[in-house]
Design a protein around this ligand. Structure first.
Ligand SMILES: [Zn+2]
Ligand SMILES: [Zn+2]
Length: 394
C-alpha cells in the first residue's frame, strides 16, 4: 500500500472525525428530511467565527469562513441516507428503522466538518474565503439543483468547487481523479403502449400491446449498439414492464420504464431523440399509440481540467502512487449541477477495507461499510486543495 501523508491539521482531529461519522451513521435521514442531521452540524458550528445560512434548499446548510482577502472556494458534502434496512451488528448501527447511510454520505459529512474545524483553527495555512456546503437530497431529488437555484454559489461568488465520494470500488490508499466526465447523465423514461385488446385466440382486429412492447425493448437496445459512437459510452435499460390481465387475453396496454445514461451531453441528446423516433416508428408500424414521457435526470458530472490538476497534485501529496484514474461507472451524481455553474473537481477516495476485495461491499447494499481511515485521507485532500488555491501569501 502507498505511504499515506495525512495532513497534520487533520491527523489531530482523527478521533473526532470518526466519532462524527458514527454519529451520522447511527442517525440517518432520507432526502429532504435531514433535520436532525442539520441540527447536529449546526451544533458543531456553534461558537465558531462563521456566517451560517440555514435552511437552504429545505434542510441544507452553508457556512462561510473568511480569512483576509482572496477568492472564494467551495467544498461540498451530501447529507442524505437511503431507504434500506441495515443488516449487520455495529455499535453505531442505524437507529432509524428502514433508513441507512449505505452510500457513505455519513463519511462525507464527517470529512467536511473535520476540514472546516481544521481550517478554522489553522488560519495561518490559507487566506481568502471558504464556503462549506452541506447539501441535502443527493439520492434522487437533486438537492444540488435547489441549492444552485437558491444562490448558494453567489455572495460571495464561488470561483471553484470541490466534492468527493468515498468509493468502495477502489482500495483504501488510492484516490481517483480525472478531468472530464466522471459520472453519467442519468435520465428516466416511461413508455405507455396502447393497443386494442381482444380474445387470445382471435388476434384479428386487435393491436397486441405485448408484441409492440417486446419489439420496443429489442429496438431500444439498437441505440447504443448501432447509433452511438462505439468509442463513447451509453446505456439504455428497460427495468420494468407491466401489462396484460390474463393468459388468454390480448393486452391493450403495457407500460415500460427505464433509464438512459451517457457521459456526453450530445450522446444524451442522441439517445433521447432515438428513443422518441423508435416509439413513433413502432407505433406507426403496429397501429398502436405510444406515449413517451422522458424526464431529464442529473446531468453528467464533468471535471474542469485546471481544477482537476490541482486535485491530482493534492492526491499525489496525500497518497503518492495511490493517485490515479478513478473507477468510473454510469452512475449519476448531483454534484453535476454545481460543476455546470463553476469549475471544479469531484474525486473518489478509495475506501474498500483490506479484508474485502474491491466492490465486495457495494454502495447501496444493506451491509455497506467502508474503511474509516479513508476519512482523514478525504479531509487531507480538501486541506491540500485549499492550501494550493488559497496560499497564505497569495
Ligand atoms: Zn448513493
Ligand atoms: Zn453517494
Amino acid at each position: 500500500m502507498p505511504k499515506l501523508n495525512i495532513h497534520p491539521a487533520i491527523a489531530k482531529l482523527e478521533k473526532r472525525i470518526i466519532a462524527l461519522r458514527r454519529h451520522f451513521h447511527q442517525h440517518p435521514e432520507l432526502s429532504f428530511q435531514e433535520t436532525e442531521t442539520a441540527q447536529s452540524i449546526l451544533a458543531e458550528l456553534k461558537g465558531l467565527n462563521l456566517e451560517v445560512r440555514h435552511p437552504v434548499a429545505r434542510t441544507g446548510i452553508v457556512a462561510v469562513l473568511r480569512n483576509g482577502n482572496g477568492p472564494c472556494i467551495a467544498l461540498r458534502a451530501d447529507m442524505d441516507a437511503l431507504p434500506i434496512q441495515e443488516t449487520g451488528d455495529r455499535p453505531y448501527k442505524s437507529v432509524n428503522d428502514g433508513v441507512m447511510h449505505a452510500c457513505g454520505h455519513d463519511g462525507h459529512l464527517a470529512i467536511l466538518l473535520g476540514t472546516l474545524l481544521a481550517l478554522e483553527n489553522s488560519r495561518d495555512l490559507w487566506r481568502g474565503t471558504l464556503k462549506f456546503i452541506f447539501q441535502p437530497a443527493e439520492e434522487g431529488p437533486a438537492g444540488a439543483r435547489y441549492m444552485v437555484e437558491e444562490g448558494v454559489l453567489k455572495e460571495p461568488k464561488v470561483r471553484a468547487i470541490f466534492g468527493l465520494h468515498l468509493w468502495n470500488y477502489q482500495d483504501f490508499g488510492t484516490i481517483g481523479v480525472k478531468a472530464g466526465a466522471v459520472m453519467a447523465a442519468a435520465d428516466r423514461f416511461t413508455i405507455t403502449v396502447r393497443g386494442k385488446g381482444g380474445h387470445g385466440a382471435m388476434p384479428q382486429g386487435t393491436v397486441d400491446a405485448v408484441i409492440v412492447a417486446a419489439q420496443l425493448v429489442m429496438s431500444l437496445q439498437s441505440i447504443v449498439s448501432r447509433n452511438l459512437n462505439p468509442l463513447e459510452s451509453g446505456v439504455v435499460t428497460v427495468g420494468q414492464i407491466h401489462g396484460g390481465d390474463n393468459f388468454n387475453i390480448i393486452a391493450d396496454e403495457v407500460t415500460l420504464t427505464g433509464t438512459a445514461r451517457a457521459y456526453r451531453e450530445e450522446d444524451r441528446q442522441l439517445i433521447k431523440s432515438r428513443i422518441k423516433a423508435i416509439c413513433d416508428g413502432t407505433a406507426a408500424s403496429h397501429g398502436a399509440a405510444i406515449e413517451l414521457d422522458y424526464q431529464d435526470g442529473y446531468p453528467p458530472t464533468i471535471n474542469d481540467p485546471a481544477m482537476t490538476e490541482v486535485a491530482v497534485q493534492a492526491a499525489r501529496q496525500v497518497v503518492g502512487d495511490g493517485a490515479g484514474d478513478p473507477f468510473r461507472s454510469m452512475g449519476g451524481e448531483d454534484m453535476a449541477y454545481f460543476l455546470q455553474e463553476v469549475p471544479g473537481c469531484f474525486f473518489f477516495i478509495g475506501s474498500a477495507k483490506p479484508e474485502h476485495p474491491e466492490g465486495a461491499v457495494p454502495h447501496h447494499s444493506s451491509h455497506f461499510d467502508f474503511d474509516e481511515r479513508a476519512l482523514t485521507v478525504g479531509a487531507s485532500m480538501f486541506v491540500e486543495i485549499i492550501q494550493a488555491l488559497l496560499p497564505p501569501s497569495g
